[in-house]
Design a protein around this ligand. Sequence first.
Ligand code: BEZ
Ligand code: FE
Length: 287
Amino acid sequence: MQLVTEENITDLAAERWASAGDPRLAQLMTAFVRHLHAFAQEVRLTETEWMAAVQWLTRAGSISNEKREELILASDVLGLSMLVVQMNHRLDPRATPATVLGPFHIEGSPELGYGGDMSDGVPGTPLLVHGRVRNLAGNPVAGAVLDVWQADTDGAYESQVPDIDEARLRAKYTTREDGGYCLRTIAPKGYTIPMDGPVGELIGRTAISHFRPAHVHFLIDVAGYEPLITHLFQEGADYLDSDVVFGTKQELVVPFEPREPGATPDGGSLDRPWLEARYDFVLQPRG
Ligand code: BEZ
Ligand code: FE
């Protein structure tokens, strides 16, 4: 019989979890137990605090559904999501860096042609984003699919707007033979993460800014290259230095240049002022 003491409880628990049949699971669980115990010991966790944490996790689980993932949000604001991205996407320095996926990507966006408008009547300042998708050697990558999504000017993504039956501010674009892409949308604004749940409750007890800087999301996929999940951020936007989910990188900050009404890069034209962002995405070969 093993008699438990404060000194041996960590080893006993770790040994028990080391029995997992899958060696990776055994590694994950024993390390988790050791770090969890070390945390409790370091802060001398009280029973009241332990219960508060359990109830917080219960509330985070209960508020989650297919449109809201409070525990992913918790991982995001703790910097864990971005740490996992960094460790798993150590790309060539020439490649466009990856950043967090976030909770608002929706599968199956409509396919639009070169210059196609994914804002389709959603009010805002027109924004054209264009450039090329290239490989590390600088050669064009044809047939790459850019899956693009963003929030409206109130900071709401499609899944946060009730009673929508059509895709809103999201679309897929495919690069041409020269690697070129051009998308039309509206200029995004900075927005707050959802603050009406347990994550917001906790953030509200700190001095942490709960905003993200204005950005457009991209998921770029094509055979032979690592899929790239990234964002483009507006140069000069608020919160670039304090992104609540740690997702901002200097290489992803681009100017949104003001343009007068007139010709647009897709060969069309606009009868009101618009913004132009140019960006070349560089993909890392799969491997
Ligand atoms: C987003 O950019 O859509 C996002 C990412 C992480 C948490 C909340 C929102
Ligand atoms: Fe976003």
